[in-house]
Design a protein around this ligand. Sequence first.
Ligand code: ADP
Ligand code: MG
Length: 184
Amino acid sequence: MVVTKEELRREILKRRTDQDPDEKSVRDERIRENLKGLPEFRPTGTILMFYPIKGEPDITPLFDYILSKGGDLVLPKVDGHNLRMVRLPDPTQVQAGRFRVPEPAAGEEVSPEDLDLAIVPGIVFDRRCYRIGFGKGFYDRLLAKVPAPKVGVGYSFQVVPEVPRDPWDVPLDLVVTDEEVIRR
Ligand code: ADP
Ligand code: MG
């Protein structure tokens, strides 16, 4: 049976938006603990995070955690077909960007090569750490330029045995869910 990226997106996105809010917050806490427990997660470093939309895991409590440890919090800002990396010293200084994703209003740009860790969202992941996003390839274009460990974050029901791959898809090094840490 051949399942397309689009079919997987639709099915898993629905499961994610249909989550019970109480169950979601329990899973969110587990995801944050699993992220903090990674040897790759050194909060003093320069860390790309994301603002959750459409039922994505709430990792925003880690923003203040990183800043309190003296790390650099970096968030993506949509610029045409690309994501620019922008330092965000104050997480309240965000505005709605394209697709209504909160993003830094302004700030110092960071080169993708200078990230110590890239934490990214996704709609579907597989056990080889391949990822399906919203279908615009923003993270594929970015991750191709990131030498640091790349970590996908999602709920355990977002992991399937194998997702369809295209030549431009960039695999992650790790996928962190509420139930496990998958290493490529
Ligand atoms: P997603 O990763 O968001 O699920 P896809 O992998 O389906 O989306 O990619 C969507 C589009 O992004 C594709 O049409 C592809 O041509 C484009 N794309 C992905 N990576 C690159 C790249 N490195 N350079 C140019 N276009 C790219
Ligand atoms: Mg892709």
